[in-house]
Design a protein around this ligand. Structure first.
Ligand code: FAD
Length: 408
C-alpha cells in the first residue's frame, strides 16, 4: 500500500511513523519550504498548581509526578512542541517516510485518490490522509458541504522566556516558580494563564487566554505587549513580573469546528485538527492528533497483513472503522475543553467560591483526588489503551467482514 499524507504536523508525522512500522509506503507533502526546529528534552511534570488571579493564592497543587506513572503507565512530559515535532520527524525519516517540503496541496480528488500541488504536479496513492490542520484543504473533498473554522470567542497570547531573563528579575517568588518542574495556572473572570518550563527548564512558556479582540479574518499576529499587560493589570504581582519581561508576544485567534458528520470518504481520511480542533484547555490537541495517526497506521497495517490486497472498498471500510474508534473519545475531549473554559473563567462570586473549594480537593489520580470527578475525567482521557482497542475493533471488523463474504 502507498499512503500520501498531507501535512507534516504532529499528527501527520505520527501517522507516517505508524504506517512505516507496518511496511506501508509513505510520502508526506508539506507546504512549508523548510523545517526549522531544534531538539531539546522534555521534563516530567511534578505538580500542576492552580492559583487565584488576584493575589496568586494557591488553590490546589495537584501531584503529577510518579503518581501519574503508576496510575497511567507513563509519565506526563512537558515538551516544547518544536522538540516533539523534531523527534517525530527524525523517526519518520529514519523509518523510510519520504518528506516533500514546499508541496502545497491545492486540489484533492477522492475517486481515484489523488492530489494536485500548487506547481501542477499530480500524485496518486491508495490512501490519502488529510493531516493538514484546522484550515484543511482535504476536508473540503471529504465533506458534502465544506465548512470553515468558527471563532471560539477566545484568543491566546504566547510568549517564551529564557531562565536567565527570569533570574535577572531578582524576584523571590519568580525564582521559586522557576525552581519547580510544575505547570502554574492563574484562574480569573473570562481569562486564565498557564506558565511552564520547556527544554529541561532552560526556557519557559507563558500562555495567556482572554476574550478575542482580533479582526475576524486574523489568525495570528505579533501582539502589542502593552495591551497584553493592561489586560492583566489587576492580576497577581508574580504574574505581572513575568509579563513585564516579555519582549515580543504572539496573539492567536482560537477557532474550532462544529462536530463533523464524517471524517472519511472512500480512501481519504482526516485526522487531528483537520477534523476535531479543540480549545487548548485540556492540553490534548496534539495528543489526539498523534493517537489518530497511530490508529490509522495500525489499522492499515492489519488490513495489509490480512493479505486482502489494497481493495479500495476494504480501505474505505477500515478508514471508517478508524472514525468509529476515535470519534467518541475525541468528541468527549473537545467538549471537556469547552467545559474547562467555563470552569476556569468563572466570575468572582458564589460559583467561584464553590469552584475554588472543590478544586482544593481535586486531583488527577485516584490517590490524589478527593472529589473523584477530576480523576474520573482523566481516566477517560489517559487511561485508554488506544492501540489495544484498535486491535480488538479490527478483529471484530474482520469477523463481520468474513461473515458478509460468506453470505455473498
Ligand atoms: C495556543 C495553543 C496552545 C496549545 N497547547 C497545546 C498543548 O499544551 N497540548 C496539546 O496537546 N496541544 C496543544 N495545542 C493544540 C495542538 O498544537 C494541535 O492540536 C496539534 O498541533 C494539531 O496537529 P495536526 O498535525 O493535526 O495539525 P498541525 O500541527 O496544524 O499541522 C498541519 C500541517 O499541515 C500543513 N498544511 C496545511 N495545509 C496544507 C496543504 N494544503 N498542503 C500541504 N501541507 C499543508 C501545515 O503547514 C502544517 O505543517 C495548542 C494549540 C494552541 C493554538
Amino acid at each position: 500500500m502507498r499512503a500520501l499524507i498531507i501535512g507534516a504536523g504532529l499528527g501527520g508525522l505520527a501517522c507516517a511513523i505508524a504506517c512505516r512500522q507496518q511496511g506501508i509506503d509513505v510520502i508526506i507533502l508539506e507546504r512549508s519550504p523548510e523545517v526549522r526546529e531544534l531538539l531539546e528534552v522534555g521534563s516530567q511534570v511534578q505538580h500542576v498548581d492552580f492559583r487565584r488571579y488576584k493575589d496568586g493564592r494557591l488553590l490546589r497543587s495537584m501531584p503529577f509526578g510518579d503518581d501519574i506513572t503508576q496510575e497511567f503507565g507513563a509519565p506526563w512530559i512537558l515538551i516544547h512542541r518544536v522538540d516533539y515535532h523534531r523527534i517525530l520527524l527524525d523517526e519518520a525519516i529514519h523509518l523510510g517516510a519520504v518528506l516533500v517540503l514546499g508541496a502545497e496541496v491545492e486540489i484533492v480528488s477522492v475517486e481515484p485518490p489523488e492530489v494536485i500541488l500548487a506547481d501542477g504536479t499530480k500524485l496518486s496513492a491508495d490512501i490519502l490522509i488529510g493531516a493538514d490542520g484546522q484550515w484543511s484543504t482535504v476536508r473540503n473533498a471529504v465533506l458534502r458541504t465544506p465548512i470553515s473554522p468558527v471563532e471560539t470567542g477566545d484568543l491566546a497570547y504566547r510568549a517564551t522566556f529564557t531562565r536567565e531573563q527570569l533570574e535577572s528579575l531578582g524576584d523571590d517568588k519568580v525564582n521559586e516558580l522557576i525552581q519547580k518542574v510544575a505547570v502554574t495556572s492563574w484562574l480569573g473572570p473570562e481569562k486564565h494563564t498557564i506558565f511552564y518550563p520547556v527544554r529541561g527548564g532552560q526556557e519557559f512558556n507563558l500562555v495567556l487566554l482572554r476574550p478575542d479582540n482580533l479582526a475576524a479574518e486574523t489568525r495570528r499576529v505579533e501582539g502589542d505587549v502593552e495591551e497584553m499587560q493592561q489586560s492583566y493589570a489587576d492580576w497577581d504581582e508574580t504574574l505581572l513580573k513575568l509579563i513585564s519581561c516579555v519582549p515580543t508576544v504572539y496573539k492567536w485567534k482560537l477557532t474550532s469546528l462544529p462536530e463533523l458528520e464524517t471524517w472519511t470518504k472512500g480512501a481519504v481520511a482526516l485526522l487531528g485538527d483537520a477534523c476535531h480542533p479543540t480549545l487548548p484547555y485540556q492540553a490534548q490537541g496534539a495528543a489526539m492528533a498523534v493517537e489518530d495517526g497511530a490508529v490509522i497506521g495500525k489499522l492499515l497495517g492489519s488490513l495489509q497483513n490480512q493479505n486482502s490486497g489494497n481493495d479500495s472498498s476494504l480501505v474505505a471500510s477500515v478508514l471508517n472503522l478508524y472514525e468509529q474508534i476515535r470519534k467518541a473519545q475525541t468528541t468527549r475531549n473537545v467538549r471537556g475543553a469547552v467545559m474547562n473554559r467555563k470552569l476556569f473563567h468563572i466570575d468572582d462570586g458564589i460559583l467561584q467560591i464553590i469552584r475554588d473549594f472543590a478544586l482544593g480537593y481535586a486531583g488527577v489520580t485516584r490517590k490524589s483526588d478527593w472529589t473523584w470527578y477530576s480523576s474520573f475525567r482523566q481516566r477517560q482521557t489517559l487511561g485508554v489503551d488506544v492501540l489495544d482497542n484498535c486491535e480488538k475493533a479490527f478483529e471484530a471488523w474482520e469477523v463481520s467482514f468474513m461473515q458478509q463474504k460468506k453470505t455473498q
